[in-house]
Design a protein around this ligand. Structure first.
Ligand code: PMV
Length: 309
């Protein structure tokens, strides 16, 4: 039996603007994980991927080209130079919430690549894993920026510019985030698509919003590197105001953002595509219990507190 894992992620700054070439920052969240387990299968079965939590069973050789689980298996086997379909059962379990902006698709795909590589004693650099996973992100999300597969494969804070590159960077002083779930599924493909229509109809309205979000991401990176945590809260608040103006927030997200601030968070914003999914709030040791409570009272279906380091 071979086991491999991959973490979830949150975007700290720059979602949506990143699709239009502005920088964004994302960090891994190791409190949630996808796991892929490989066991020998019955002769002649080929690769079968099962996801018991989702009640899914995918026979790779029969699956459509755009089936993401089959796609990542095929791509990985091809890259490792294995032409024949091996008889393997790949079981997927995951604690990364689905469709909440925490990179569940990228985590599952990354865990599958890592498990297959381990099973066949093949070594993939993180960059190669990220590139393979990007191809399944296209199937999940349409026109993804590539930030999810990058941060999940590297498992480090990432400064990312679509089409240009990314940099792993170091956080000067660790800080704490509360991640609170609205309980509402969010379709990245839909929200990104709606924003694209708005942008195409009136680019002059959106360009300055994207520009300012990009500036915030640049400022946030230096604050994180220099350990100036106190500057981050205000940047989160400003980023949230711009996301609201772009129409990607929703009343449930706004309510959680307010609750976090009332609980003593230094700043809060939605994370990911928006219109559902999670908010993130900057908390301190002394405030995190109270923020957690306020978020739950305001309707959060789950709260994860994670250290960014
Ligand atoms: O909700 P998520 O984690 O899939 O994040 C979407 C982030 C966007 O910037 C809105 C889209 C993208 O591809 O970067």
């Amino acid at each position: 039996m071979t086991l491999a894992y991959a973490p979830g992620k949150v975007i700290l700054f720059g979602e949506h603007a990143v699709v239009y070439g502005r920088p964004a920052i994302a960090v891994p969240v190791t409190e949630v994980q996808a796991q892929a387990c490989i066991e020998p299968g019955v002769a002649g079965q080929g690769v079968v991927v099962v996801a018991p939590d989702l009640d899914r069973r995918v026979v790779v050789c029969e699956a459509a080209d755009d089936e993401p689980l089959a796609c990542i298996v095929r791509l990985t086997l091809e890259t490792m130079g294995r032409e024949r379909d091996p008889d393997l059962t790949v079981t997927i379990t995951s604690t990364v919430p689905i469709a909440r902006g925490m990179g569940s698709g990228a985590a599952v795909s990354t865990a599958i690549v890592r498990a297959l590589a381990q099973h066949f004693h093949y070594w993939f650099p993180s960059r190669a894993i990220s590139d393979l996973v990007y191809q399944t992100e296209v199937l999940y999300h349409g026109t993804p920026s590539g930030i999810d597969n990058t941060v999940v494969a590297f498992e480090k804070p990432i400064y990312f510019v679509k089409g240009v590159g990314w940099e792993v960077f170091w956080v000067g002083k660790p800080f704490w985030l509360a991640i609170a779930d609205t309980g509402i599924k969010s379709s990245t493909r839909e929200v990104v698509g709606d924003l694209r229509h708005g942008y195409q109809a009136d680019p002059a309205r959106y360009q300055p919003l994207f520009d300012r979000i990009g500036e915030i991401a640049v400022a946030a990176r230096s604050a994180m590197e220099q350990g100036r945590t106190e500057a981050l809260g205000q940047l989160m608040d400003e980023n949230q105001a711009l996301l609201r103006e772009m129409g990607v927030s929703c009343p449930e997200l706004d309510r959680l953002v307010m609750a976090a601030r009332e609980g003593g968070a230094q700043g809060a914003k939605l994370s990911g595509a928006g219109r559902g999914g999670n908010i993130i709030a900057l908390v301190a040791k002394e405030t995190r219990g109270r923020v957690d409570m306020m978020l739950r009272l305001a309707g959060a279906t789950n709260v994860i507190v994670t250290e960014v380091e």
